[in-house]
Write a protein that binds this ligand. Structure first.
Ligand code: C6P
Length: 423
């Protein structure tokens, strides 16, 4: 390996070698070489403790929740509610009742769009978002705006990948009913000043939603400090199972919302003609919930908290700094997002005019390196950047600078291969 870069002295204290032993998948090979998993923004790998929590549930106390007085049902109910309390504490929610189980971030945002926005956004109102949103935090608002006669407005993306806030005082105005903004961009890595934006939105009486899909897994996030009304995030990006996510909602806002789904479990009293709604949070959880995966998310939070979110953030800043320096050696490659590793998460998107992103992905895969290629569910942003697709490396607790070296070497190989016309 020829890359000669000074490694910054380590301030974080993650024992990555030990952490890697907790993740069975990291010892597998891909195409005959060790797996280098750099697709964590898409989904993270799972530690043995999370996998074991699912086995424990199914082998030991599998049962429905909130329904039975029998022992298994009470054990399952307690475990799921304990997991809810862990999620609440993780984002500093006022109470576990402010946490609604969803399948993922996408569903959490839709719960707000259908259950809050359809009631509270009126004709002539404005919904303010940004030019770097994931489709999951854009398409629901397009629908709300269309159906309610409201207008969507965008805080634009500056050339360095940060938000251009020069017009913020005219974009967030007395007409703003909702500000909905991603805290960490999945396509640029940019960390947005959500606390300052929320304060600006509150000052004009607007409601605030934060898309925490990429931030909650990677940095400390505190809903009371941000002062947001909603925070949406997914378990599968933070060491938890797929199929479980959460919506944090401020208590008084939840009281003003309508449930998106109705049926069993979310009702208090039902007659042949009518029904009344259950207390929070069950009012928003119709039908049997995803019990096992909620418990698994609780185990994932235990794992993250044992490491410390500040330490995790520090580790990723170092990897990102190292990767940004390494990519500077590749002149034909453009790297997107803010140049300062402190201003971004561990997401490094890159693109070369000489190799299509999908070809990059294929060459990298031959070297065992898993990255995501494509538009990353941010098609409007790709148009702003002037590219159809990028390749994206994204880091987590188990990644190492040696893996960044493998990535950069493999990218050099892709550039050589395609510039030689050796297709
Ligand atoms: N981004 C990525 O590879 P779901 O799919 O519901 O768990 O998360 C949706 C979502 C919402 N907002 C942001 C900022 C996201 O990054 C994502 C998921 C993945 O970038 C899959 S498209």
């Amino acid at each position: 390996m020829t890359v000669s870069r000074e490694q910054a002295p380590s301030k974080h204290r993650l024992d990555v070698a030990r952490i890697r032993k907790d993740f069975p998948i990291l010892s597998r090979k891909v195409n005959g070489v060790p797996l280098v998993y750099l697709d964590n923004a898409a989904t993270s790998q799972k530690p043995r403790s999370v996998i074991q929590s699912l086995v424990d549930y199914y082998e030991g106390y599998n049962s429905n929740v909130h329904r039975g007085v029998h022992t298994l049902s009470m054990e399952a109910t307690n475990a799921m509610e304990e997991a809810r309390a862990k999620v609440a504490a993780f984002v500093n929610a006022e109470s576990p009742d402010c946490i609604i189980w969803t399948r993922n971030t996408t569903e959490a945002i839709n719960v707000v769009a259908k259950g809050w926005a359809m009631q509270h956004v009126k004709a002539g109102d404005e919904i303010v978002t940004t030019g770097m949103e994931h489709h999951s935090n854009l398409v629901p608002w397009q629908q709300v705006a269309r159906e309610r006669g409201a207008k969507l407005r965008f805080l634009p993306v500056a050339a360095d990948g940060s938000l251009d806030l020069s017009e913020v005082d005219s974009i967030i105005s007395a007409r703003t009913r909702l500000l909905t903004v991603v805290q960490m961009s999945n396509s640029l890595g940019t960390i947005n000043p959500v606390k300052e934006l929320a304060a600006r939105a509150r000052a004009v009486g607007a409601t605030v939603l934060v898309d925490g899909a990429q931030s909650v897994p990677h940095m400390p996030v505190d809903v009371q400090d941000i002062d947001c009304d909603f925070l949406a995030f997914s378990g599968h990006k933070m060491l938890g199972p797929t199929g479980i996510g959460a919506l944090y909602a401020r208590h008084e806002v939840l009281e003003q919302m309508e449930p998106m789904l109705v049926g069993g479990e979310m009702v208090l009293e039902v007659t042949y003609e009518d029904a009344t709604w259950n207390d929070l949070p069950m009012r928003f959880e119709a039908g049997t919930p995803n019990i096992a995966d909620a418990i698994g998310l609780g185990a994932a939070i235990d794992y993250l908290q044992a490491l410390g979110m500040d330490q995790i953030r520090g580790h990723e800043i170092e990897l990102t700094r190292y990767a940004l320096d390494a990519f500077k050696e590749l002149e034909e490659v453009d790297v997107y997002g803010p140049p300062d590793p402190q201003a971004r998460g561990g997401v490094v998107p890159f693109h070369s005019a000489s190799v299509h992103a999908h070809d990059v992905g294929t060459v990298l895969d031959r070297r065992g390196v898993a990255v995501r290629t494509g538009h990353h569910c941010t098609m409007p942003l790709m148009r702003t950047l002037g590219v159809a697709a990028t390749a994206r490396a994204s880091f987590y607790i188990y990644n190492t600078v040696e893996e960044v070296d493998v990535l950069v070497d493999a990218m050099k190989e892709a550039l050589r291969y395609f510039s030689d016309g050796a297709r």
